[in-house]
Design a protein around this ligand. Structure first.
Ligand code: AP5
Length: 213
């Protein structure tokens, strides 16, 4: 299964990606997670990416495209992959199409998680992320057992810089202007499946698997 998950910030892409990657036995490739790991590790890529992530702007395509092309050469992508957060504009979508054509590994599907903006703001402003393992929780919808402590590994939970309210608004406008056009791009190719991202996490996972059959 070669799959792209698309949807606005906070739609639940990361949450559903963990389930879908395990379900299909494929790696979950999140460009946001790769950037955050590099920022944490203080690598050159991380130093370059930090100001873009903190402000909610896209990292330049010249950096992101090469990073994804390289990731798709790893042996774990032989059975397929789930791309989460990439492509994020039409230029990236065209670049990816060229890479996949060259590798003779066509996409199977694109799954769009559809959600209204009001719900997004509630989700992102309450999201907490583990500094150690990257697991995501929510102060209301998916509370950790001990406040501020990750259920998964005991690490410290923190609020992403780009989950502050003023940055959320900017990320939503970047999504509308730059990312939404890829939905029409994939619809034209007959690859697009759309499901609602509102409801219980497990119910959405069930609907996602059904849409991908
Ligand atoms: P990225 O990390 O990709 O962020 P995003 O797309 O903005 O998505 P999020 O991680 O915010 O949300 P999500 O949809 O994964 O939701 P989640 O499952 O966590 O990108 C960050 C930045 O990196 C970008 O702004 C850019 O700077 C850079 N970047 C990344 N890719 C790039 C690219 N291709 N090109 C250039 N730059 C790039 O859920 C959100 C919250 O809701 C959680 O707290 C969760 O617990 C909760 N939740 C989930 N599902 C439900 C539910 N059903 N009900 C209630 N709560 C729920």
């Amino acid at each position: 299964m070669r799959l792209i998950l698309v949807g606005p910030p906070g739609a639940g892409k990361g949450t559903q990606a963990v389930f879908l990657a395990a379900h299909f036995g494929i790696p979950h490739i999140s460009t946001g997670d790769i950037f955050r790991a590099n920022i944490k590790g203080e690598t050159e890529l991380g130093k370059l990416a930090k100001s873009y992530l903190d402000s909610g702007n896209l990292v330049p395509d010249s950096v992101t495209n090469d990073m994804v092309r390289d990731r798709l050469t790893h042996v774990d992508t032989a059975p397929g992959f789930l791309l989460d957060g990439y492509p994020r504009n039409v230029g990236q979508a065209v670049f990816l199409a060229e890479v996949l054509l060259k590798n003779s590994t066509p996409l199977d599907a694109v799954l769009e998680l559809s959600i209204p903006n009001e719900e997004i703001i509630k989700r992102l402003s309450g999201r907490r992320v583990c500094r150690n393992c990257g697991a995501t929780s929510h102060v209301i919808f998916d509370k950790s057992k001990v406040e501020g402590v990750c259920d998964n590994c005991g690490g410290e939970l923190y609020q992403r810089e780009d989950d502050k309210e003023e940055v959320i608004a900017h990320r939503l406008s970047v999504y509308a202007e730059q990312t939404e056009p890829i939905i029409a791009f994939y619809r034209e190719l007959g690859l697009l499946n759309v499901i609602s991202a509102v409801g219980d996490v497990s119910e959405i996972s069930t609907n996602a698997v059904a849409a991908l059959k």
